[in-house]
Design a binder for this molecule. Structure first.
Ligand SMILES: [Zn+2]
Ligand SMILES: [Zn+2]
Length: 739
């Protein structure tokens, strides 16, 4: 007999795909079987050509929303006849399949969670084929219960019945569980003593009393406290050595509109299975403590996405700080022991977190939502590249650390791994890399890294016995965005960034390139300014301001907040040219102007002073202001006239908001003029925007608007971050084009 074999590759496991196939086969009266293999899903059916065509069309059109079909092959194969349609045991074979990201609690499970008549009423681990943990609980593929952290919880008869019923929502839902058989919550104090009370009720009570509770979630721990309680926030900021960096808050959905401005699109993003943090304008009427996001008109907010969150939040406790459970810039914790001393209590449970990931962050703009951190809910979904690669490791940079592994045209970006070169980050990096290699069956034959010699990732790449390609940081930024849009032709590539090692050993970050993957030529850059003391100056923008003004021959006496000893130190450093770097970084220009205005002489988190400068413009549109002066030369954009104008405005006591707005206007203007010049001599009208500065909403939106007005086609990062979180992608693409 002739059978039809259908092989499907993509995200087809752990999202109710086999039950869907089963139901479809019953509906069409097809006989045969379906199974999960490590290369996807395989179906063998016996039936007439017409019915099988209908079957295939319906697979394409009606598949579960969370499924992604990359590839479907149909072939004939000989075989015995079947008497029914069944779901067979999983096969382990050579190909690799994809893994579903973690999915937020679905509406059906939420209803059951809140329904006193339901078997899983108030059960904090409720899930089904449409929702629940995936990436975070998986040890190996194919995705089956014994290959997850649910393997130690044998199903009770109730759960087993649902698990085995092809028509049930929990059919083959691997993490299925109930209070009779599944994981359990427990509340413990700082000395690991179990408190023998209802864990949810007790946690709510403790948070209301102003305690800090570590809460074990999906991708790791959150550190949680009441977001309206300034006293506990003061304590938390001290404990975390985090004086200013904003905290994200989780909000009880019915009260969200009391806190932030949100539109329908915003709601859709928050309620999606990804359930990311969304950065939204805070309302004047908000009751959130000002310590949540000091001097910041925006709030990072998200909705409950795990059952335990739904149980904690209510109208009587609607606003919770839910910040990643880590020590400063370190990876997120998966065990309470890592957070000793940071939390008073822990709400924890006995389902291990196998794979850690932080919450993802989205920034809405006038044009499209852009991603700031691509982690839980997105990973490990692959990105399609505009080329067929050899198996390649993109080692990444250092801040917003991520690596990338590629196979053919698919690229797997790691979760956000940390923000430092520490031992913990390195361990997490190596551990996650080993897993990615195993899961996706990728053994790199090529490695790409940054030019910066001191990065942990550079040293790691050099230690491998593989062909190595070093990729300039900002070329990687531009290439990452080109890859997002599958562009394979010459572009004008703008990389506006903090810092990245240049090919001339200067620190770059205000670059405009022209070219394609083979060669990106640096066409324009901001003129070099002196950056004293490298990284230390970056934490003290006032020193950068002093150095810039001094180099430009501008009187510095108006500078506030510069200590006399600092002045002497920097002065000497500049005179002797000791440990002074040349930099073309636009990020540093933001820092410098911000410090000239007296905003933050010292910063406590990356981009703090640039953000302050953006926020200072509040409501004063740059395009309605006059630009400051600048000169565009042969290859340099001279910003000294701009600095001189800013200094003059400050001395003339011009409103600071106007100065900030004129500064933004000037950045947009010199960019548009430079890009126009390039088009004149090259005829290229595709412009790519990249680099950390593109997280400045004002700069991004105004650039898009003005460039489009000038008839440029503009590409900006949306599914990958503009910041260093996408460097690894650019590295892989360029390395493959250049070997
Ligand atoms: Zn569900
Ligand atoms: Zn059960």
């Amino acid at each position: 007999m002739r059978m039809t074999e259908i092989k499907i590759n993509g995200i087809v496991q752990g999202i109710g795909f086999r039950p869907f196939i089963y139901r479809l086969a019953l509906e069409l009266d097809l006989k045969g079987y379906v199974l999960n293999s490590s290369s996807g899903v395989e179906i063998v059916v016996d039936g007439s050509r017409d019915v099988i065509n209908t079957f295939i069309n319906k697979i394409r059109s009606d598949h579960p929303a969370a499924a992604i079909i990359n590839d479907m092959s149909v072939s004939a194969k000989p075989g015995e006849g079947f008497s029914s349609f069944i779901i067979k045991e999983s096969l382990s074979n050579k190909g690799a399949t994809l893994m579903s990201p973690d999915l937020a609690t679905c509406p059906d499970c939420f209803q059951e969670l809140k329904n006193p008549g339901d078997h899983r009423y108030n059960y904090p681990f409720i899930n089904c084929t449409n929702c629940g943990p995936r990436f975070s609980i998986i040890e190996s593929l194919p995705y089956d219960r014994p290959a997850t952290s649910m393997k130690t919880f044998p199903m009770c008869s109730y759960c087993k019945r649902e698990y085995k019923d092809p028509l049930n929502r929990r059919f083959h839902a691997q993490p299925v569980a109930c209070s009779d058989c599944g994981p359990e919550l427990v509340i413990i104090d700082g000395n690991d003593e179990i408190i023998d009370e209802d864990p949810i009720r007790k946690t709510i009570e403790l948070i209301k009393e102003g305690k800090i509770v570590g809460i074990k979630g999906i991708g790791g721990f959150h550190i949680c406290c009441d977001a309206t309680n300034t006293e506990v926030l003061q304590r938390l900021r001290k404990l975390k050595y985090r004086p200013h960096k904003p905290f994200a808050i989780m909000i009880y959905p019915p009260l969200l509109q009391n806190i932030v401005e949100i539109d329908k699109d915003g709601w859709d993003v928050l309620r999606s299975p990804v359930a990311p943090i969304l950065i939204l304008p805070q309302k004047k009427t908000s009751v959130i403590s000002p310590l949540v996001a000091p001097d910041n008109p925006y709030l990072g907010i998200f909705l409950p996405y795990a059952p335990v969150h739904h149980l904690l939040l209510s109208s009587s406790l609607p606003y919770l700080i839910m910040t990643s459970g880590n020590r400063r810039d370190e990876p997120i914790a998966s065990e309470e022991s890592e957070l000793k001393g940071l939390c008073d209590f822990f709400l924890t449970h006995n389902r291990p977190i196998i794979n850690r990931s932080d919450d993802s962050i989205i920034l809405p703009t006038k044009y499209k939502n852009v991603i700031i951190r691509r982690s839980r809910g997105y990973i490990p979904k692959p990105i399609t590249m505009p080329l067929v690669s050899v198996p390649t490791l993109g080692a990444g940079a250092e801040l917003k650390l991520t690596f990338a592994l590629s196979k053919k045209d698919s690229l797997f970006l790691s979760p956000y791994l940390g923000n430092s070169g520490s031992r913990e980050t390195r361990e997490f990096y190596l551990d996650t890399l080993a897993k990615y290699k195993r899961w996706f069956k990728i053994e790199p034959e090529l490695v790409a890294c940054d030019l910066q010699p001191d990065f942990m990732t550079t040293r790691y790449a050099e230690s491998l016995d593989l062909p190595l390609v070093k990729i300039q940081h900002h070329e990687a930024h531009v290439a990452a965005v080109m890859a997002e849009y599958q562009i394979d032709e010459p572009v004008i590539g703008i990389a506006y960034d903090g810092t990245g090692w240049g090919t001339d050993n200067a620190i770059w970050g205000g670059e405009i390139f022209v070219g394609d993957y083979h060669k990106l030529e640096r066409y324009y850059h901001l003129n070099y300014m002196p950056l004293p003391g490298g990284d230390r100056a970056i934490k003290h923008p006032i020193r950068i301001a002093f150095a810039y003004l001094t180099a430009a021959g501008i009187d510095t006496t108006f500078l506030k907040n510069l200590q006399e000893d600092e002045r002497i130190l920097i002065q000497k450093q500049l005179e002797r040219n000791f440990n002074v770097f040349n930099t073309s970084s636009l990020g540093r220009l933001f820092d410098s102007v911000s410090a000239m205005l007296g905003l933050y002489p010292e910063i406590t988190f990356e981009a703090q002073s640039a953000m302050a400068l953006e926020f200072l413009t509040s409501g004063i549109l740059p395009r309605e202001q006059k630009p400051y002066s600048f000169n565009i030369g042969e290859s340099e954009i001279d910003i000294i006239p701009l600095i001189r104008d800013v200094a003059a405005d400050i001395k003339n006591k011009v409103d600071q908001r106007i100065i900030a707005s004129r500064f933004h206007r000037t950045v947009v203007d010199f960019t548009v003029e430079a890009v126009n010049n390039i088009r004149k001599s090259t005829n290229i009208s595709k412009v790519v925007l990249s680099g950390g500065v593109m997280q400045n909403r004002l700069i991004l939106e105004e650039l898009i608007r003005e460039l489009r007005k000038n008839n440029f086609t503009v590409f900006f990062p949306t599914i990958i971050p503009a910041n260093d979180g996408s460097i690894a992608l650019g590295q892989v693409v360029l390395a493959n084009k250049r070997i």
